[in-house]
Design a protein around this ligand. Structure first.
Ligand SMILES: Cc1cc2nc3c(=O)[nH]c(=O)nc-3n(C[C@H](O)[C@H](O)[C@H](O)COP(=O)(O)OP(=O)(O)OC[C@H]3O[C@@H](n4cnc5c(N)ncnc54)[C@H](O)[C@@H]3O)c2cc1C
Ligand code: SF4
Length: 326
C-alpha cells in the first residue's frame, strides 16, 4: 500500500491568506482537487513538507462569468464537471465543455479543478510509478536521477503535458491570471507552458493561478476538440488536439490548431497563415493534418506506441477540422 508522506496541510480562507502561506513556507505545494498531486505524493515524487489547500477559496475562485468586455472568465476552482455542464461554457466555448466531459471519470471530474488541470504535472511511464519501481530503474532526471530513459543522452525531461483543457484554451487564445507575493500578472497561454517536463509552466513555486480568460471572439470561432485514448473513459490522452476557425462565408479567415500529450509543452502548429483565404473543405482539413504530422514527433514517454500515435494524428486532425467546419 502506498501512503502519503508526513505533511502539514495549511487551509487558508482567502486568496490573500493562500499567497501568504506560500510566501511563509518555501517549497510548499498547492492542493486544489488533489486528484493529481495526491497520487504523485504517494509515488514520492515531491519533497514538500507543506500543502496549501485551496478549498477555502471556493467563494472567491469558483465562478463562470461573462465580463463586460465580452470575455468569458472562469475561476481556477471551478470543477471540471461543472465546466462540462455549464450552459454558458457550452454556448460560448463548446470545445472546452467537450474536453472537460472527456477528462478522467465522473468522480475525478467532480473533485478536479480547472486550475489543477492547467497546472497538471507532466506524465511519463518511467516516473508515474512507485518509489520502489523507480529505484529499481535507477531513477531519472525528473526525480532523483541523472538520465532520461525516453531520450538516450537527453538533458531535458520530455514527459508529456496531459491536460485536456490546455489545447482548447491555447487554440482559443486564452490567458491566465496569477497572483504571488510579488503581485498579479496576466499570461497568454501560449507563453504559459515551457518545453521542460520537470516544471512545464512559467509559474513560480509561490504563484497561484486564479482565473482563465477567454476572449469574446472565441464564441464566433468554429471549434472542436478530439482525444485519442486507449479506453473511452478514465484514461489520460495518448494525443489530444483542438482546432479553432473563423470563417468568412465558405473560406477560412483564421485558423489555430493546438496539439498536446506528445511532449512537455502543448504546441500550436506553426505557419498556418498561408491557409487564410483557403476554402473550408476536405482539402483544407487534409492539409492541416499533413502539417501537424510534419511538426509533431511523439516519444515513448507515455508507453503507447509513438509510431501509431503519429500515424493517427493526421487522421484525427482531418476529422476534427471537418467537425468544426460542420
Ligand atoms: C485515473 C485518473 C485519470 C485522469 N484522467 C485525466 C484525463 O483524461 N485528462 C486530464 O486532463 N487529466 C486527467 N487526470 C488528472 C486530473 O484528475 C485532472 O487533470 C484534474 O483537473 C486536476 O485538478 P485537481 O484540482 O485535482 O489538481 P491537483 O491534483 O490539486 O493539482 C494538480 C497540480 O496543479 C497544481 N495546482 C492546482 N491548482 C493550482 C492553482 N490554482 N494554481 C497553481 N497551481 C495549482 C498543484 O500544486 C499540482 O501540482 C486524471 C487523474 C486520474 C487519477
Ligand atoms: S521523460 Fe525522461 S526524465 Fe522525464 S520523466 Fe520520463 S524518463 Fe524521466
Amino acid at each position: 500500500m502506498m501512503t502519503l508522506p508526513d505533511l502539514t496541510v495549511l487551509r487558508p480562507g482567502s486568496v490573500a491568506e493562500a499567497v501568504e502561506a506560500l510566501r511563509a513556507n518555501p517549497g510548499a505545494r498547492v492542493l486544489a482537487g488533489g486528484t493529481d498531486i495526491v497520487p504523485n505524493l504517494k509515488y514520492g515524487m515531491y519533497d514538500t513538507r507543506h500543502l496549501v489547500a485551496l478549498r477555502g477559496l471556493s467563494s472567491e475562485l469558483r465562478y463562470v462569468r461573462e465580463h463586460q468586455s465580452g470575455e468569458l472568465r472562469l475561476g481556477a476552482m471551478c470543477s471540471i464537471d461543472e465546466l462540462g455542464r455549464s450552459e454558458l461554457v457550452k454556448a460560448r466555448v463548446p470545445a472546452l465543455a467537450d474536453a472537460c466531459r472527456q477528462i478522467a471519470g465522473p468522480q475525478l471530474r467532480r473533485m478536479g479543478t480547472l486550475g489543477g488541470n492547467l497546472c497538471l504535472d507532466t506524465r511519463c511511464v518511467y516516473v508515474n510509478q512507485s518509489h520502489f519501481w523507480r529505484s529499481a530503474l535507477g531513477y531519472c532526471l525528473k526525480k532523483d536521477g541523472t538520465v532520461c530513459h525516453v531520450v538516450a543522452g537527453g538533458k531535458r525531461c520530455v514527459a508529456a503535458a496531459s491536460n485536456d483543457t490546455a489545447p482548447v484554451l491555447l487554440a482559443l487564445d486564452a490567458s491566465v491570471k496569477t497572483i504571488s507575493p510579488r503581485g498579479e500578472r496576466t499570461i497568454a497561454l501560449h507563453e504559459f507552458y515551457v518545453a521542460d517536463g520537470l516544471h512545464n509552466t512559467v509559474l513560480a513555486p509561490d504563484e497561484l493561478l486564479t482565473e482563465v480568460r477567454i476572449p469574446a471572439a472565441a464564441a464566433r470561432r468554429r471549434q472542436a476538440f478530439a482525444k485519442l485514448r486507449m479506453r473511452a473513459a478514465i484514461d489520460f490522452p495518448a494525443l489530444n488536439l483542438a482546432v479553432a476557425l473563423e470563417l468568412d462565408g465558405h473560406s477560412v479567415k483564421s485558423v489555430s490548431l493546438a496539439v498536446s500529450a506528445l511532449a512537455a509543452r502543448p504546441a500550436l502548429i506553426k505557419g498556418l497563415q498561408d491557409l487564410h483565404g483557403h476554402a473550408a473543405d476536405a482539402i483544407f482539413a487534409e492539409e492541416l493534418g499533413r502539417r501537424a504530422h510534419k511538426q509533431c514527433k511523439p516519444l515513448t514517454n507515455i508507453g503507447i506506441d509513438p509510431g501509431w500515435r503519429r500515424d493517427v494524428l493526421p487522421v484525427l486532425v482531418r476529422r476534427t477540422v471537418l467537425r468544426a467546419i460542420g
